[in-house]
Structures are given as C-alpha cells and as structure tokens.
Write a protein that binds this ligand. Structure first.
Ligand SMILES: Nc1ncnc2c1ncn2[C@@H]1O[C@H](COP(=O)(O)OP(=O)(O)O)[C@@H](O)[C@H]1O
Ligand SMILES: N[C@@H](CC(=O)OP(=O)(O)O)C(=O)O
Length: 449
C-alpha cells in the first residue's frame, strides 16, 4: 500500500483534481490519499489556507465575514462543478464554513488553528464525494477517527507517540481512504495544525503508522533540484538522495518538502518519492536510507534561507570562562527563545536565531541581560542574516570542497560572516548577509554543476 500526498498546487482547481483522480485510480496500491487545501492557481492567486486566516482575522476583529466566506466557498464550488457534482452535495460545506464562527475555542490561537485546518478538511471531504460520484469506493477519514494526536501547540504542533498505537487499531477495507493533511487533535480534543506546509508531515505520519511501502509526495515540479529553480535556471534534477540530505536541505530552504516530515519517514523506514502531478510518469526524486545510496555527485544540493538574525559576542578569554555559555543559555531560556546554531571561536560566539520569535523588546532584554552577566567587549545584533547550506553525502572525507566553495564566491564581493563545518559530516554552513544569499547559491551551484 502506498500513501499519496497531494500539495495545494495539485488540488488548486477542478483541472488539477482530474489529474489527481487519474493518478490515484491508475494504481490500486495508491490507497491512502492525503489532501492539502486548494493552493494557488496562478502566481498572484491566494491559497485557501491564507483565505481562512483572513476569515479568522476578520472574525476576531468583529468585521463582516460574508465576502471572505463567499470567496472560500467559491474555490470548492468551482472544483465540484468541474465534476458536475449536484449543488445540494455542497450545502454542508457552506454551513460548516459559517459555523466556524459559532464554535467555542480555548483562545484566539486555537480559533486560528481550527479555521486554517478546514482548508484541508473540506478538500478531503470534497475529493471523497467526487470519487464516490465517479463510482470509485472512497471513505473520508477524520484525524479524530484515526487518532492522529498532537501536542497542545495550536499552530505549531508535533505528533504524539500514541498516534502510532491508534493507527495499529485502525480497520479498513479496499476502499480509498482520504485524509486531510496539516492538522491533528490535542489531548483536550482541540484541532491543532502543524507549521505551514505541514500536510507533508501528515503524509509521513500516516505512511509510518500504516506501514506503507512508499510515501509518494505529489507537487508541481518534476524533481527536487540541486538548487531552487527560482534561483538557478534548469538546475540539475536529483534522482536519489538520503533522508539526512533532505532534512538538511529542507531545513535551510528546499520548501518542496517540509523538514519535519522526514522524521516519521526515517522512524518507519518509509521511502519517499517526490513526483509531479502534471507529469506523473516521470520518476521524480527518491529519498532513501543511506545504506541504499551511492553518491553520484560531490554536492547534492545548495540552498539558502533568510529568516535568521544573529547575535555576535566578543570577549577576550571567552574560552577560559567556566559557565559562560550556560549563562547565555539561561538568559535565552528565561526569555523563551530557542537558538538554531551557536558557532564559536576562541574569543567570539555567534548565536543564530529564527527571526520570527524575536521582537525588538526581546532583543533589547537579551542584550541587557548578557551585558550584565558576561560583560562582553562587543555585543551586536545582525538582523539580516542568511544561512547557505551546501549538502551532500559525497562531501564526506573529500578534500578541496571548502576551497571550491570559497573560490566560487570570493570574486563576487560576498562577505562570509561564519563557516560551520564538522557538526554534520555531510554539510557546510555559511552565514552571509540576506542580500548576498541568492547570489552565493548561484555561484556555488555553478562551481559544482
Ligand atoms: N530545490 C528545489 N527543488 C524543487 N522545488 C523547489 C526547490 N526549492 C524550492 N522549490 C519550490 O517548491 C515548490 C513546491 O513546493 P510547494 O509550493 O510546497 O508545493 P505543494 O503545493 O505541492 O505543496 C516548487 O514549485 C518550487 O518553486
Ligand atoms: N495548506 C497548508 C498546509 C500545506 O501543506 O500546504 P501546501 O501543500 O500547499 O504546501 C499551508 O498552506 O501551509
């Protein structure tokens, strides 16, 4: 049995639904289908998830929501009409969309999560209706019914281990099972979503939990490329890569697959095949365990991510001061801030953060506390910090890679704030200014491909 996840671009309108239905009906082993919410139909379009966020915000601001409800409903209606689904079969959707406002939620964050999750929920129910309408036996499966349990973190949840025990008890026949991606249920019975793009995570959890032979992740590109196709023209298509290469690359910018989705796949040793809904016969990219992998290139992929900020600290004899790092960590803990990386020198330390959790007040408070506790010679924030990751199993024990990377960018006036190699055997991380990140990826790509 295969678990097949379709991203928002694959389910954006009726024409895309037709391709999805062709894909799932052409192979009986494609039995479990995970849906995203309808995505963008064209570049300037708005994803249904974003429309639902706007709906929640209008409601919280006591604004009229009828127009936004109508826009959301029309997205599903257009899909239903493509298949000539009788209009009365969509009455429930309109009603449930409206009733989102009448339910009670523990707080605004849970309200937002419940509104957002309905993009996937409606799409899964609609796909089930369309399949049945076309005579294909299919059943909608609610995350509540299958026991997909998540932490009580309404908009950034993680799966709870009990989920997998619940999945073992789940009984099903030969019908197609249609599950909405992106959300689960907390111990208190509330809806909580994963972070954005999280339908990939649902797919991986379900593939692990139901012991799938393969997790097929359908999107809008023929393969995962060695660099973002929006940055590099006709990039090299990766045919095979390892779990940990994917994890590192998706963490640092390969948005085609959610970085957290790799974990359930590794735990269940489920192979992943990223494929194109628009060209389903093309092989796509296989993501596999290391044991089955032979590197074809030195570098597998190059990526950049710009959502970072860094705190640079200089203090002579930093290396001699017992407990200095512990003091910093305590300060971060006190302010509820997690850090991403902390590369250090003899007298220097850079702490790299995900920008989204920093406010001007938090930054000031952290600086104040560090100054008081450590008395640094220099302490400064770098607000526009980007990480460049060069990743490849083929880099392990290969001499000269670093030289080639530095040569590739040194002629272009790109200042490297930090180089981090060694923590992971298969990646090199560079810190640059955000403005330089895309150029750096292009030049490094050209040096290796
Ligand atoms: N290295 C890469 N290889 C392929 N696609 C990439 C890469 N980096 C970023 N992308 C982007 O990821 C997009 C697909 O991911 P996403 O928009 O989440 O799709 P979906 O709608 O299927 O969930 C592609 O259209 C592409 O622009
Ligand atoms: N619809 C959600 C979850 C998701 O995975 O979407 P997509 O498959 O379009 O990346 C989002 O937009 O975040």
């Amino acid at each position: 049995m295969k678990v097949v996840k379709f991203g928002g671009s694959s389910l954006a309108n009726g024409e895309q639904f037709k391709k999805v239905i062709q894909i799932v009906t052409s192979d009986p082993s494609r039995q479990v289908i995970i849906t995203s919410a309808p995505g963008k139909r064209f570049a300037e379009d708005t994803k249904v998830t974003d429309l639902l966020i706007a709906y929640a915000e209008h409601f919280l601001d006591y604004e009229d929501t009828s127009a936004i409800q109508a826009v959301i409903f029309s997205r599903y209606q257009e899909i239903a009409q493509t298949f000539e689904l009788p209009a009365d079969q969509l009455v429930w959707l309109k009603k449930e969309l409206r009733k989102l406002q009448e339910k009670t939620y523990p707080n605004a964050a849970y309200l937002l999560a419940a509104f957002k999750a309905h993009g996937e929920y409606f799409n899964a129910r609609l796909l089930t209706l369309i399949l049945n309408h076309l005579g294909v036996p299919a059943r909608f499966v609610d995350p509540r019914e299958i026991g997909l349990l998540v932490t009580s973190d309404p908009n950034n949840a993680s799966v709870l281990p009990d989920t997998y025990e619940n999945f073992e008890k789940f009984k099903y026949g030969s019908e197609k099972l249609i599950l909405p991606g992106f959300f689960g249920v907390t111990a208190e019975g509330e809806i909580a979503t994963f972070s954005r793009g999280g339908s990939d995570i649902t797919g991986a959890i379900v593939a692990r939990g139901l012991h799938a032979e393969l997790y097929e992740n359908f999107t809008d590109v023929d393969a995962i490329y060695a660099a973002n196709p929006r940055l590099v023209k006709n990039p090299y298509a990766i045919t095979k890569m390892t779990y940990r290469e994917m994890r590192e690359l998706s963490y640092a910018g390969f948005s085609v697959f959610h970085d957290e989705a790799i974990v359930p796949a590794i735990e269940g040793r489920v192979k992943i095949n990223v494929k194109n809904t628009n060209h389903p016969d093309r092989p796509g990219t296989m993501i596999i365990p290391y044991q089955e992998f032979t590197p074809l290139t030195r570098v597998t992929g190059i990526t950049s991510s710009k959502h970072f900020a860094a705190l640079y600290l200089h203090k002579f004899l930093l290396n001699k001061g017992a407990g200095l790092t512990l003091k910093i960590l305590n300060i971060l803990y006190k302010h509820g801030i997690s850090y991403e990386h902390m590369p250090s020198g003899i007298d220097d330390l850079t702490i790299i953060f995900d920008k989204s959790q920093l406010t001007a007040e938090k930054k000031q408070a952290v600086s104040r506390d560090i100054r008081a506790a450590l008395r640094p010679d220099e302490l400064s924030w770098i607000d526009d910090y980007a990480l460049i990751m060069i990743v490849g199993e083929g880099m392990h024990n290969r001499i000269g890679i670093m030289k080639d990377i530095i040569l590739a960018i040194s002629d272009h006036n790109i200042n490297i704030h930090m180089i981090n190699q060694g923590a992971s055997e298969i990646s090199i991380m560079l810190g640059t200014k955000s403005a330089d990140a895309d150029r750096a990826v292009k030049y490094i790509y050209e040096a290796f491909f």
